[in-house]
Ligand binder design. Structure first.
Ligand code: TXA
Ligand code: MG
Length: 325
């Protein structure tokens, strides 16, 4: 059973304890107006990896980064005029905007799944207070295990994830009950509805004055965000399940076993010497980038177990190793 604090009974304690668990690098189940979120520090890769682990999510989908204010959002992403108009009209509220990440944003690549954009929204009420008290954006998917429907009460969260989360902040039933609407304004001004949700499309169209491209109409919308091989593919070739190293290859190593030929590696990067999949997941995107930056023609990766987060890690590695278009 997870510890539960009712925010109506003791808001100060809920804020204090929420901040304390978040600061320790662990997820907290929080009420938002849409659904309960499983929130963690969006700048801390281990904390984000724990979200995926807790949900048993097979893939590293990009997560929505929740902000306390427009000022906080502007520290991390840039707004085109239409997105800005939508933010002014609907924030705080159930609208997520996909916006370009600023280079200096400390939001971790594990929260954005390596994309150069972030899904951003300002939630209403207690969640925004908590983010404000924490001082950093919170990455938060819905608080349910992968494949199950989203939780809209603390009791739902407890039933689904109670044995895997430390703290559930009980804010009663989620008023909206469906996830946020996700909109992306493209560079050419095309407005795309990526996910229907808590704010109806017609209200959005009224504000921006142009029709929203629905997923089935917008050709590029069939892209499952973050799922394209090219988002993960480094310049170098990728060789999986390597048990020996060829001269000049970069080595990504899981566990502490020696790999024959490793003395000729361009660079050796440890995903987790202790064989911890959470640690390996939190380092994965950075490790791939560092290996690629070494200039090696090929990145060899030692076998990674398939259980737990290993499934997601192997999924991403398989995409990185897949034939390039
Ligand atoms: O109402 C909500 O949005 C809830 C509450 C907790 O805020 N959160 C939620 O998060 O539904 P999640 O992780 O279940 O949904 C994230 C969605 C995914 O469909 C993902 O593909 C999309 O947001 N997304 C996030 N970042 C993106 C990006 N940079 N580009 C495109 N899509 C993105
Ligand atoms: Mg979800």
């Amino acid at each position: 059973m997870a510890r539960q604090i009712n925010i109506e009974e003791d808001r100060d304690m809920a804020l204090r304890e929420g901040v304390s668990v978040l600061a320790s690098g662990h997820p907290v189940a929080i009420p938002t107006e849409t659904v309960y979120g499983l929130a963690a520090d969006a700048t801390n890769p281990v904390a984000i990896a724990r979200i995926y682990e807790t949900k048993g999510r097979p893939q590293f989908n990009p997560l929505i980064c929740h902000m306390a204010s427009l000022a906080m959002a502007e520290d991390h992403v840039t707004f085109d005029p239409l997105s800005r108009r939508l933010a002014d009209a609907f924030w705080p509220g159930p609208l997520t905007l996909i916006l370009p990440l600023k280079a200096e944003s400390p939001i971790h690549s594990l929260a954005t799944a390596g994309l150069d954009t972030a899904g951003v929204r300002i939630p209403e009420g207690f969640a925004a207070e908590l983010i404000n008290a924490f001082g950093k954006p919170l990455a938060a998917p819905s608080a349910n295990s992968s494949g199950k429907i989203s939780s809209t009460s603390a009791a739902h969260v407890e039933a689904d994830l109670g044995d895997r989360v430390e703290l559930i902040l009980d804010g009663g039933a989620s008023p909206v009950g469906v996830e946020s609407t996700i909109v992306k304004i493209e560079a050419d001004g095309t407005a795309r509805l990526l996910r229907p949700g808590g704010i109806v499309a017609e209200d959005i169209e009224r504000v921006i004055g142009v029709p929203l491209m629905r997923p089935e109409k917008a050709s590029a919308a069939i892209e499952a965000p973050g799922m394209l091989a090219s988002h993960y593919a480094p310049t170098a070739a990728v060789r999986l399940n390597a048990v020996s190293l060829e001269a000049g290859e970069a080595l990504l190593r899981f566990g502490d076993a020696d790999v024959s030929g490793q003395e000729n590696a361009a660079v050796i990067i440890e995903l987790s010497r202790s064989g911890d999949l959470v640690e390996a997941a939190s380092r994965l995107f950075d490790a791939m980038k560092t290996a690629d930056a070494s200039g090696a023609h090929s990145i060899a990766i030692t076998p990674i177990p398939h259980h737990g987060l290993g499934e997601a890690i192997n999924d991403r590695l398989a995409r990185a190793a897949a034939p390039r278009p």
